[in-house]
Design a protein around this ligand. Structure first.
Ligand SMILES: [Zn+2]
Length: 127
């Protein structure tokens, strides 16, 4: 009928977790307003190994990174006050400033206006 073998211990069976998970959600802080938020709510800016400052939408580029929240004002201030340059330990040159301001302008579209004006949110096609 059955063999005399012991029931094998199943290797590395993942433990099912229910309810509140103790797992730590990575939090990031906006370098300007110091708001903390889950990583996805912030956008990474990276100084690449080539010394270029780029908006890192993937959050995975190599280089020194700093996070900014989705408030356009923070992006403007990051450039104007030099906060971002300090965070990245580099100088935000004109080209980088332009890149960042452009990003800030795109964010402004998504910012909830105070006046109750209805705005059209851009459609994201890359999803
Ligand atoms: Zn911020």
């Amino acid at each position: 009928m059955t063999t005399n073998e012991a029931v094998p211990v199943s290797p590395a069976k993942p433990r099912a977790r229910k309810g509140a998970r103790p797992k730590h959600v990575p939090q990031r802080m906006c370098v300007v307003c110091r708001d903390r938020a889950a990583k996805r709510a912030l956008t990474r800016v990276v100084r690449t190994t080539d010394g270029l400052v780029e908006v890192d939408a993937s959050g995975k580029k190599n280089g020194r990174g700093a996070y900014l929240c989705d408030k356009a004002a923070c992006w403007d201030r990051a450039v104007e006050t030099g906060t971002l340059g300090r965070a990245l330990k580099t100088t935000i040159d004109a080209g980088a400033a332009e890149t960042l301001r452009r990003h800030a302008a795109s964010l402004a579209n998504a910012v909830q206006p105070r006046s109750g004006t209805i705005i059209v949110v851009r459609e994201e096609s890359n999803r």
